[in-house]
Structure formats: C-alpha cells, structure tokens
Write a protein that binds this ligand. Sequence first.
Ligand code: PLP
Length: 406
Amino acid sequence: MRVYFDYNATSPVAPEVVDAMGRVTREVFGNASSVHHFGQQAKSVLDDARSAVAAAIGGDPSEVVFTSGGTEADNFAIRGAAAVFEPFDSLAAAPLAQGKSESPRGKRHLIASAIEHEAVLNTLKALARRGWKTTLLPVDQSGVLAVDRLREAITDDTALVSIMHANNEIGTIQPIAELAAIARAHGALMHTDAVQSVGKIPVDVRALDVDLLSLSAHKFNGPKGVGALWIKRGARVQAILTGGKHERNRRAGTENVPGIAGLGAAATLAMGKLSAEGTRLAVLRDRLEDGILAAVPGTAINGSRSARVPNTTNISFDRVEAESLLIALDLEGIAVSTGSACSSGTLEPSHVLRAMGLPVHRTQNSLRFSLGMYSTQEEVDRVIEVLPRLVEKLRGLTRKPLTVGS
Ligand code: PLP
C-alpha cells in the first residue's frame, strides 16, 4: 500500500481534469488571439476557465489573469505593484496595465510575513537589492500574524502588503480582511498568496477585501504550471512579462489553453465538493493527529489547531531527525514532507517553524502530513500503525539527544 500525504507539495490530477485537458488538446488547437474560428474556439475555452476561476474566488472573470502558476502570480503581484513606482526601471518597460496613467512616486516599502513561501520571500529579497525597503512581520507561536504587527510596521511609504492566506507548512490561516483594512488605510495594495487555501476552504476576494490574489492549479487536483493572479479592477499593477497583448495586455505570451482548461475544470470540481471535502479531511487529519500523538511519545503539533486548513498537520518528533524519518517512511511506501531543506548534508531548519519561535530542534524534527481528495481512513491508520516502530528505531540509533538548542 502506498500512501501519499504530500498534497501541499502537489496533488494528483483528477480524471475529470485529465478529460477536459485531453479534449481541448485533441480538439482545440487554435491560438486564442486569432480572429478566425479556430482562435475563437480556443478563446471560448479560456473564457469558460476564467469564469470557473472567478466563480471559485468570488471575483469577476475580467479580473483573472492566467499565469504559469503560483510563483509567477506572486512575482506578478509584487513586482507588478512595485513597478508602478519604478516607471523608468527596465522591468517596467510595459505600459501601465491597469489604473490611471500617471505614475505615483515615492513609495519604496514592501511588507510580507516571515512565513511566506519562497516565491514571495525571494521576490522581496530581489527588490531589496534594488533599493526597496522590506519588512517581514513576525508570527506568534501558533503561526498566526497579529494584526497589530502590521499596524506598527506600515507607513504611507508602503506600496504593497503581501500576506499568505494559508501557510503551506503548517496550514494556519491569516486574518487577511483585517490586514487588508490596515493596508488600505495607508494607500497600500493588499496581496494574498492563496495557493494553499483555494480549493481547500472558501475563498472570496470581496470578503477578504484584497487587491491581488494568487492561486495555482496543481494544489487542487489541476495540472502543474498553470495558475492565476486575480487583480481587482482598478488596482495599479504593471505587467512583468512584455510582448503581445494577451490577457488584456496584462500578461504577454500565447496562453496554455489545455492547461488553463485543466485549471478551470479543477476549480469547478473543487468548488462542487468544497464543504464535504473540508469536513471529511478535517476528520481524517484529526484522526491522524490524535493517533500519532497517542501512539508515539514525544510528539507535538506545530501551530494553531483551530485557525488552519483542514488537510494539513505539522508534527514534531522529539529526538528524531525529520529527514531520517521521512526516508524511513518513504521506504514503507508513505510520502510526507519536511519544511526543512537538506543542502550539502546540513539540515536547514524550516523558516516557518523558526519564525514561530520554536526551539531549534523542533524546527529540524518536524514533518508535514497533508491530505487530499484521494486520502482514506485506511491510509491514515496505516501511518499510525507504522510510525511508532520507525520512530523507536531511529531514537534507538541516536545515542545523545538531537536537541541542539532551545
Ligand atoms: N505559494 C505557496 C504558499 C505555495 O505553497 C506554493 C507551492 O508550493 C507556491 C506559492 C508556488 O506555486 P507554484 O508551484 O504553482 O509555482
């Protein structure tokens, strides 16, 4: 029996999505920019997918721009918002994609949280090298951002606040609407990376009150390499890919029509079972958590158990190196993940768990279990059955405690 509990990394493509993509690949080869029948056929596929994505997030289809995934959507939001204030920068060579034509100047500050995905963190770092001031807001031990931290950090110099909706490692949900109100009061745009929340919990751009929202198809049973940035009408964001007038001049490049059809199908599928799946997965996740905590001594949940998506848990295993447990589980046919990155033999602690102020050893001994559409109770029970033996074995191999700090 193979168990896949790494849905936050990526998810299997649903048969309905494969069918939609197969049909479009076979039957619709036109370029969506062409005026003839073949082009219009492709355009209508894009229109349908745009409507499906818009419906999934409570937006208008005209506000949805297709991208090559979550990373590009995050880059587009942040670089695009920043470029409005860098009118002579090379990246800003494209005309203003949205909003009024004059270029406001002066804003040179960007804010994100310390637990963002690398797609956001490294984009901020790149802009910092170009002179942007950047602030990373801390989170508390539960992995949730206190809104007061934003109040303290924001100024009228802030161009954009980018805070993820749900965290990929621990699943915690941030108070986006409250944060957005603060951003708005200071004339800053509010972006949320909703890559880990769309398809898992209800996401409504109007209720969240954001200006920009990123999503990615492969996190909710769609294909890899396709996503979208939702741009609120009137939000001032500049195109970062220059070329043809695709996507209403907001993102150049011939659209990936079959991929986008897959994104649309995946969005529709996810919305159809959002509430039932949410309940089902929360039950499975809780069973997994309670089972592990009961069966394996020296375990603890990382992050808030309440404000989080229903499919994710992150558990620390005392005196075990996460990487070793991950490999041992893989040998048993169980796929999970660690937020820690192993580069050249040294285990880099998870930046998310570190930002939560967890002791160093817990940032290196934690595993993420993320469930999804095809997860079953049998799989949960298999993991609970296998884990105690593996943990005990690994602990037996460790002569001294792995604790390297507090
Ligand atoms: N943002 C978050 C929170 C993610 O979890 C991921 C993927 O892991 C991304 C962005 C990047 O998305 P993509 O893989 O579509 O580029």
